[in-house]
Design a protein around this ligand. Structure first.
Ligand SMILES: NC(=O)c1ccc[n+]([C@@H]2O[C@H](COP(=O)([O-])OP(=O)(O)OC[C@H]3O[C@@H](n4cnc5c(N)ncnc54)[C@H](OP(=O)(O)O)[C@@H]3O)[C@@H](O)[C@H]2O)c1
Length: 293
């Protein structure tokens, strides 16, 4: 299959490059960091220049587009002008949906668990109340809506917090926690925010399984199978790397200003599992990526 990956230099994108290139012909797009894209067919593009997407489509003629490029977290989105965030997260997503529709390609879009109302429950299913609190989450939900308005040949993945080690330049909170623990530095972690995190390499593996299925018009929770706080995730990491758990300091969401108070967006992933796509457990995945890097 011919697969076009946007955001190929990102945390997830680089793992998608590795995984999807095994059995497919990929073209991977990046913007300002090349990461591992230089090992594959690649093009640098600023997705703000939306008109550049059509010629890429015409030339490559993808069967599937995996659209991960985004202003990808609330903090970053709040620092940028709203119209830039909107153009990248909403307008570009809508344009990709149009191009997919015109060219008979499927669109797989990585949305976020933060579209849900994080104050009303736990293990949320796909019909749970939506209530994005941040500009980031709001624009990701608008991206979903643009796709649904355009056509039916899509899979929307409401993606959980991703953990694991970023490749090359890409780093995440989890990598920083690991680095600090490894040199005996204490780290503060929320004990009262719950997610069902998914490991980067396992997310890429599951997406590589999803592309083989004949699924369309699906919005799926896409996460791990365990509901944990960041503190609990830190405890498992400590146990696996042999760090002293006393380095972990519990903090509450309420202690931190300027942080969106999303208490619990743990997700029920039964629909995903019913399609035969199943994440591995956290402890096993932590072992895997310690060996992976
Ligand atoms: N990370 C998480 O925990 C998480 C959780 C839920 C959902 N998601 C979603 O999953 C997807 C991937 O997240 P991630 O953490 O892998 O993101 P990331 O590491 O921040 O990567 C973002 C990607 O988007 C590209 N990009 C940003 N602005 C661009 C522009 N103007 N033109 C072209 N490309 C641009 C970046 O390119 P350069 O780096 O080359 O500039 C990079 O490849 C995103 O859609 C995000 O919303 C992430």
């Amino acid at each position: 299959m011919k697969i076009l990956i946007t955001g190929g230099s990102g945390l997830l994108g680089q793992f998608l490059n590795l995984e999807l290139s095994k059995n497919n012909n990929i073209l991977t797009l990046y913007h300002s960091h090349i990461g591992n894209c230089n090992n594959y067919n690649h093009i640098s593009i600023d997705i703000l220049n939306i008109d550049l997407l059509a010629p890429i489509f015409r030339k490559f003629r993808p069967d599937i587009v995996i659209h991960t490029a985004a202003v990808s977290n609330p903090k970053l989105a709040d620092k940028l002008p709203d119209n830039i965030v909107y153009t990248i997260n909403v307008t570009a997503t809508g344009k990709l949906a149009e191009l997919c529709s015109d060219n008979n390609a499927k669109l797989i879009y990585t949305s976020t668990d933060l579209v849900y109302d994080g104050s009303t429950g736990k293990m949320l299913d796909e019909n749970s109340k939506l209530n994005p609190l941040s500009l980031y989450a709001y624009t990701k939900l608008m991206g979903e809506e643009k796709i649904k308005e355009t056509f039916n040949n899509y899979i929307i993945l409401r993606t959980a917090l991703m953990y694991g080690f970023g490749l090359n330049h890409s780093a995440n909170h989890f990598t920083n926690v690991y680095k600090n623990l490894s040199v005996g530095k204490p780290v503060k972690l929320f004990y009262d925010q719950f997610r069902s995190p998914v490991a980067l390499h396992d997310a890429a593996r599951m997406i590589s399984e999803l592309v083989k299925l004949n699924l369309t018009g699906e919005t799926l929770n896409f996460g791990g199978n365990e509901r944990v706080s960041r503190f609990k995730l830190g405890e498992i990491l400590c146990e696996e790397i042999g760090s002293n758990k006393s380095l972990l300091k519990k903090i509450s969401l309420d202690e931190i200003n300027g942080f969106y108070k999303v208490k619990d967006v743990s997700m029920n992933i039964t629909r995903l599992i019913n399609f035969g796509i199943e994440p591995k457990g956290i402890r096993k995945l932590i072992k895997e990526f310690i060996n992976y890097t």
